[in-house]
Design a protein around this ligand. Structure first.
Ligand code: TYC
Length: 120
């Protein structure tokens, strides 16, 4: 809730009314705050495996996560060494769609690459 101090003449007297009466109001107006809740965010992660080629993972990161070749290579190597790595953070539906597209692309190429989402 937000509280707005009234400082101007707030009476509705119409455009042509002669305001001789000095009808100023004082006090506070109380107005409900617009409810604009921030959406929950989800991390999209890639998991390491022993079979998916490094070049394929770099290509996935470029194509589905708009990474440059340098950034994609850095993320791929991080996943290769540490087991898991961050591709991006999205709202639920975008994250879900990215996971689906990546998993589908890996399956179509017969690689066991795993892409998952996790609430932030
Ligand atoms: N470990 C794989 C290899 O040596 C490369 C790889 C990296 C696979 C990242 C998956 O998410 C991954 N070919």
């Amino acid at each position: 809730m937000i509280i707005i101090p009234i400082t101007a003449n707030d009476e509705d007297e119409g455009a042509n009314s002669d305001d001789e009466g000095g009808g100023f109001q004082t006090g506070i107006a109380v107005k409900a705050k617009p409810k604009t809740k921030k959406p929950a965010l989800y991390k999209v992660l890639l998991l390491n495996d022993d079979y998916t080629p490094m070049e394929f993972v770099v290509q996935v990161l470029e194509q589905f996560f708009n990474k440059t070749q340098e950034e994609a290579t850095r993320i791929m190597l991080h996943v290769h060494r540490r087991g898991v790595g961050l591709c991006g953070v999205f709202t639920f539906e975008i994250a879900e769609t990215k996971v689906m597209l990546v998993m589908d692309y890996a399956k179509r190429n017969q690689y066991p690459l795993q892409c998952i989402m996790e609430k932030e």
